[in-house]
Structures are given as C-alpha cells and as structure tokens.
Design a protein around this ligand. Structure first.
Ligand code: K1U
Ligand code: ZN
Length: 190
C-alpha cells in the first residue's frame, strides 16, 4: 500500500472551493466516517491539494462542504519536504490545563488573524490514511492546528473564541465582501 508520505501531490487530486463564513454549512457538526476506503482517501487527497493551493496548514472536510470527521494538516516549514498528516474520526482524549496563545487564521474566515488561547498540549486518538488506529501527543503549533480543525468538525470557528464585538465585526465584513462579489459578478467560492 502506498503510504501518505509518498504521494502528497498527484494529478488525480482536485482543488475544491472553500466555504467562507457566514455559511450555515460551517456551523454543522460533522458525522463520523464509517470506513477508510478509496473514496475516503480520494477525499483526503482533494483536501490536501485544496489546503496546499490555498495556501494553508490545515483543513477540515466541512470547509469544502463535506460534513465528515476528517482533518488534514501539514505544518512543515516552507523549505522542508511536505509532511501531510491525516486524521479521521479524531477524538481529543486529554488536553493540558496550561494554555498557549497563537495568532490564528482560518481559510473560511479570509484576511482575519487574531490571538486564541487553547490548551498547550493534547492527546488524541484517530484513524490514519491507511485505516489504522493511532494515538498522538501534540504540542505547540501542531496542537493548536489540531484543536482549530477539530473545532470545525463541531461547527465552531476560531472567531467563536473571540469577543462578541470582534466576531460580529468579522462576520459583517465577510457578509459585505460576499455581497460585493455577487454584485460584481465574481465567481462564487462555493
Ligand atoms: O483550518 C483552517 O482554516 C486552516 C488554518 C489552520 C490554522 C492556522 C493557524 C492557526 C491555527 C489553525 C490555516 O491554515 S490559516 C493560513 C495559515 O495559517 C498559513 C498559510 C500559509 C502559510 C502559513 C500559514
Ligand atoms: Zn479554520
């Protein structure tokens, strides 16, 4: 079987449109994946291609309109080889009391970056690209990304962690941008 590290990009992978807030689909809870089969792997391939093209360092399936509990991540430095990670049905089993603050962005909330405090370390179980049960302890940026994208599976956006004022300002700006894009006949993102 070809492992995920050997094929980060292939011609069969499609770049899909990314949903942006305020889109009601981003607020839904995603459903567990029953089996990691070729269809699931093709979806993960498309998610990875979409994430790299954006560009981003993480993506949850609901961000391309598929309400399944799947996350892809790659936090490798720019000058390092790609290092994709795939998480199917992730379960956060433990989170540290200690918090770490990162300036987060979100491919579904374009042009907004803000500080969010989350547990500094997490332990999770998940199923990998090849359908194997795995466990991982993560900290730093990896822990932050996992929690950010896990939130997407629950219908939570990083702006939901900000003050009510910041969240409503962000949503107003995004709504206005969508209205202007529609008026100017720009192609819809999703
Ligand atoms: O899930 C997403 O919306 C992707 C998001 C992941 C994330 C970033 C930062 C903190 C927490 C979660 C992004 O990838 S935003 C874009 C971004 O961070 C980035 C883009 C290009 C190069 C490096 C970073
Ligand atoms: Zn996001």
């Amino acid at each position: 079987m070809t492992g995920p590290q050997e094929h980060p990009i292939s011609s069969a992978m499609a770049i899909r449109p990314i949903l942006t807030a305020p889109d009601v689909r981003l607020k839904q809870k995603s459903a567990p994946v029953e089996k990691v089969d070729d269809e699931t792997r093709a979806l993960m391939d498309d998610m990875l291609a979409t994430m790299y093209a954006a560009p981003g360092i993480g993506l949850a399936a609901i961000q391309i309109g598929v309400a399944k509990r799947i996350i892809v991540l790659d936090i490798a430095e720019k000058d390092m080889p790609p290092s994709p990670r795939y998480f199917v049905n992730p379960v956060i089993e433990w989170a540290s009391d200690e918090l770490a603050t990162y300036e987060e962005g979100c491919l579904s909330v374009p042009d907004l970056y803000d500080d969010v405090a989350r547990p500094k370390a997490v332990r999770l179980s998940y199923t990998d690209y090849d359908g194997r049960e795995k466990k991982l302890e993560a900290e730093g940026l990896l822990a932050t990304c996992i929690q950010h994208d896990f939130d997407h599976l629950e219908g939570v956006l990083f702006i939901d962690h900000l003050s009510k004022l910041k969240r409503s300002m962000a949503l107003r700006k995004l709504t206005k941008a969508k209205r202007l894009a529609e008026r100017d006949g720009a192609p819809e993102t999703a």
